[in-house]
Design a protein around this ligand. Sequence first.
Ligand code: TR5
Length: 129
Amino acid sequence: MASEKEAALSATPSDAPTIFDKIISKEIPSTVVYEDDKVLAFRDITPQGPVHILLIPKVRDGLTGLSKAEVRHIDILGRLLYTAKLVAKQEGLDEGFRIVINDGPQGCQSVYHIHVHLIGGRQMNWPPG
Ligand code: TR5
């Protein structure tokens, strides 16, 4: 069976609702680590490190991926990154962490609702795969 990442390579970027809508509405359970009126942060179901959290805007507003960003998205983009820093602190990632935003098929994006990956708790390598 194809892994989620293999599926991502053949995924078509789309404006269709995603699994994250159901996570936002709590129709599908997730482990929420931070929430405010604009941002939801929850643990990734397939963690790539001891800590792996996704930060998403509660309202997608056309922001399926970073490549679709418009001027009106500047505030939410800044808020996602600032919140990632808060959550990193909350998770005790005092030695550092990795922020990733996958975009489009070549970026291996699989869910077309923009999200920031916050990964930490282990030594990262460079370059990424
Ligand atoms: O590949 P990109 O960058 O688009 O990241 C999507 C991320 O969503 C992956 O790291 C997945 O592991 C994660 N994901 C997918 C599902 C899911 C999830 N994280 C938490 N809960 C999830 N549920 C309930 N269902 C998913 N399909």
